[in-house]
Design a protein around this ligand. Structure first.
Ligand code: AVI
Length: 325
């Protein structure tokens, strides 16, 4: 993209590193085998996720979009003029409601999308530059850690960090702590954090959202094995696995599994790893925690993030928390 309103900085490359592999080895050699959810998102997986967002069963995306649409102007009134930084921006579709609203405040608006995928970032920047003729876009490709650390050092303008889609639900408690600490460190006092959280609701609705009839979520889950095959020269046979998502009522989280339907061994050559599966043995590929607004508010307050306003939909299925450091 050749445009004076656009810049792109790379903090990570797509080469396979030793650490990547170590992560997979550790996860697959535990008693309950797991895999890091970031392996969902190769080019095919990212497309499947976009498809999931369109499913009638998968309510989070459209519910969050409806909240943003309804309250974007209210949000601008609370924060005033800020620079927008989005973590895991992806296609930036929902962000447009905020860009529309901030645009009306009439100042040089800067949007800093951060994503691990450079290709999706360029694609979405291209269409944003056309649709928002005065918007400045400073994309950053890398992990949240890499990109946020850098922002703290360079940025003095009031800002708001966006973390939408309830992606925070894919972190366990420890990862969540570390993530929020990272965000808090990157904010100056007075800066804002806008967090999207999926709320607790009846089990049937949750399980339907992660076991859609068309099998898109199943394809998304199984694609992780194909991604590993490609990345680490593996021989996972996706026909030997079945997708399942169940709601864990105690932990308030969806758990996604791949279940091996027979005893077999798979290998990942580059990692020098052979993985034995018993019949019925599972790999847990994702947790998706479901939250309660009051509890989350207390948690954030303990982390120096004070709730300014919370927004929700009429069914109270999804929440947007606007916090300030
Ligand atoms: C990205 N993340 C918030 C999604 C979720 O709902 O936890 C990922 C997903 N997994 C299955 N469907 C969607």
């Amino acid at each position: 993209i050749n445009n004076s309103r656009f810049s792109l900085e790379y903090f990570s490359n797509s080469e396979v590193t030793k650490d990547d592999g170590q992560d997979v080895i550790n996860s697959l050699t535990k008693k309950q085998k797991t895999l890091p959810p970031r392996y969902f998102y190769d080019a095919k997986g990212s497309q499947l996720f976009e498809d999931i967002c369109q499913l009638s069963e998968y309510y989070p995306t459209r519910t969050e979009a409806s909240i943003l649409k309804q309250y974007a102007n209210d949000i601008t009134k609370v924060t005033g003029k800020v620079e927008l930084i989005e973590l895991g921006s992806g296609s930036s579709t929902k962000t447009r409601f905020l860009l529309d609203a901030y645009q009306t405040l009439d100042y040089p608006l800067t949007y800093i999308p951060i994503d691990v995928s450079g290709s999706i970032l360029k694609e979405s920047a291209n269409s944003l530059l056309t649709d928002y003729p005065t918007l400045n876009i400073q994309g950053k490709v890398g992990t949240y850690q890499q990109c946020l650390t850098n922002i703290k050092a360079t940025d003095k303008q009031p800002k708001m960090v966006l973390f939408l889609g309830s992606t925070i639900g894919n972190f366990n408690h420890q990862e969540c702590d570390r993530f929020i600490d990272l965000v808090t460190d990157s904010l100056n006092s007075g800066d804002y954090f806008l967090l999207g959280i999926d709320l607790q609701k009846p089990q049937e609705i949750l399980e339907a959202a992660y076991n859609d009839i068309q099998g898109v979520t199943a394809a998304f889950n199984l694609n992780m094995l194909q991604h590993l095959n490609w990345k680490f020269q593996g021989n996972f046979d996706i026909n030997l696995f079945k997708h399942q998502a169940i709601y864990n009522n105690q932990e308030h989280q969806i758990e996604m599994y791949l279940i091996s339907n027979q005893a077999h061994t798979a290998t990942l050559q580059i990692l020098d790893l052979a993985i034995d599966f018993a019949e019925g043995e599972t790999i847990r590929t994702e947790i998706s925690r479901k939250f309660n607004i009051e509890q989350m508010t207390k948690y954030l307050a303990n982390k120096e993030l004070v709730l300014r306003h919370s927004y929700t939909d009429t069914k109270q299925w999804f929440g947007l928390l606007l916090c300030q450091k």
